[in-house]
Write a protein that binds this ligand. Structure first.
Ligand SMILES: Cc1cc2nc3c(=O)[nH]c(=O)nc-3n(C[C@H](O)[C@H](O)[C@H](O)COP(=O)(O)OP(=O)(O)OC[C@H]3O[C@@H](n4cnc5c(N)ncnc54)[C@H](O)[C@@H]3O)c2cc1C
Length: 396
């Protein structure tokens, strides 16, 4: 028998054999999330997207809670305590369905729950986390303001002491899950520096009007947060952090999920393009038989699986407690940028059908325009890496 006879068969769905890196448990997590998205999201997502809504979001959140997907890599308080790699695999499967679904999970787990888990008091953790892990309470994370996005240090939202209470005033903008959230993690300037506050929905002076007319992340709730003289008790502040380090460390966790998630959107587009190229005939043959189409598919496959390999590498570093924020920037910058290119190339392979909601490619491509911007724009991650490479700060 020749040596090559022992080689495993080439798998077009896993050309690099990356599944070899996964444990049985990893595969089981991935299969469970894929099964859920196939049943609960795939049949409806085009309609939700077209209508610009995410109907039944509370029911979806509870099901995601049952799946263990909310605050998945956190421990205790009803959280699944999964590995970073497993959390990443879940993000990939969720975003293969739609970036809006992955955003719901990222904001809940990596931003709102993570902030409480890492910086909250024991009482805050006990009060909020079990219900958030179960999807009974949805959380949001308010950092961005109308005039302060990439540079949150300039935020205007402020909190002042009034006796034992805090009083918050300000506006937050582009807040995922805002209008459906039972609790908002709001970052505000205080005389001691930036602090995080837990604002329960229904607190007088607090409202979260939904932002409509988006052409991206249409199956996701995005809102403004309005805070007019919102009075909170002393124990509403997250006690364990002061300064931008608080929100930035939450963002680093969420960005890690995006490194994987973006490859899910890319995989969905790639699969669509391969299927289409095999069956669509022009000039008497399937378009997949033309060299120019094959060049596109080969390049897409290379970037897709390199991206998954990169995500896996970062996941292992996170599990080992060795993942640096600059490395997360590396992953987010590369994977979202490549994912959007894969989606746009898939769009060209599908020709006119590429713009139709009957296929997922245009939906993913427009979603990724938001993913490219939120959690740090391309330029912010270039600047993070540029500073790390040169030692020179080019942010201002
Ligand atoms: C759908 C969606 C959901 C979101 N969800 C949330 C959420 O849940 N919570 C939250 O807090 N925020 C959220 N955001 C906001 C998001 O994080 C911000 O949009 C992002 O940080 C960029 O801020 P900005 O839009 O104000 O752009 P700006 O900061 O105004 O930037 C505009 C452009 O200028 C560039 N730029 C800025 N500074 C520099 C510089 N020094 N050098 C070079 N270029 C520069 C940027 O890279 C960008 O290209 C969401 C956004 C979207 C679209």
């Amino acid at each position: 028998m020749s040596a090559s006879a022992k080689l495993p068969a080439f798998d077009p769905a896993d050309p690099l054999g990356l599944d070899d890196l996964l444990s049985e448990e990893d595969r089981a997590v991935r299969a469970a999330v894929r099964d859920w998205t196939t049943r609960r999201v795939a049949p409806h997502i085009a309609e939700w997207y077209e209508n610009g809504e995410l109907p039944g979001i509370r029911e979806l959140a509870r099901e995601l809670g049952d799946l263990g997907a909310l605050g998945m890599s956190l421990t205790g308080y009803g959280c699944a305590g999964a590995s970073a790699v497993q959390y990443g695999l879940a993000c990939l499967e969720l975003e293969a369905a739609d970036s809006g679904i992955r955003s719901l999970v990222s904001v809940q787990g990596s931003l709102a729950m993570y902030a409480i888990h890492r910086f909250g008091s024991e009482e805050q953790k006990r009060h909020w986390l079990p219900r958030m892990a179960a999807g009974e309470v949805i959380g949001c994370f308010g950092l961005t303001e109308p005039d302060h996005g990439s540079d949150p240090a300039g935020m205007r939202t402020h909190a002042r002491r009034d006796g034992g209470d805090w009083v918050l005033d300000g506006r937050k903008m582009w807040i995922t899950n805002g209008s459906v959230a039972g609790v908002a993690v709001v970052w505000a300037r205080t005389e001691d520096g930036i602090r995080g506050f837990l604002v329960p929905a229904g607190t007088p002076g607090f409202s979260a009007p939904e932002i409509r007319h988006k052409w991206s992340l249409r199956a996701s709730v995005t809102s403004e947060l309005v805070l007019d003289d919102v009075r909170l008790p002393a124990e509403a502040v997250l006690p364990e952090v002061t300064g931008l380090r608080g929100p930035l460390s939450c963002l680093s966790h969420a960005r890690y999920g995006i490194v994987w998630g973006a490859m899910g959107a890319a995989r969905s587009c790639f699969e669509s393009a391969v299927e289409y190229a095999r069956t669509r005939e022009q000039f008497g043959r399937p378009i997949g038989g033309f060299q120019l189409t094959q060049a596109k598919l080969a390049d897409m496959a290379v970037e897709l699986h390199k991206g998954i390999l990169l995500a896996h590498h970062l996941g292992r570093r996170m599990d080992a407690g060795r993942l640096r924020p600059e490395q997360v920037s590396f992953g987010k910058l590369n994977n979202v940028r490549e994912a959007i290119e894969i989606c746009r190339t898939a769009r060209t392979i599908l020709g006119a059908n590429g713009i139709s909601l009957e296929y997922p490619v245009m939906r993913h491509a427009t979603n990724l325009e938001s993913v490219l911007t939120y959690e740090g724009t391309v330029e912010m991650h270039q600047l993070v890496l540029g500073k790390a490479l040169t030692g020179l700060d080019a942010f201002r």
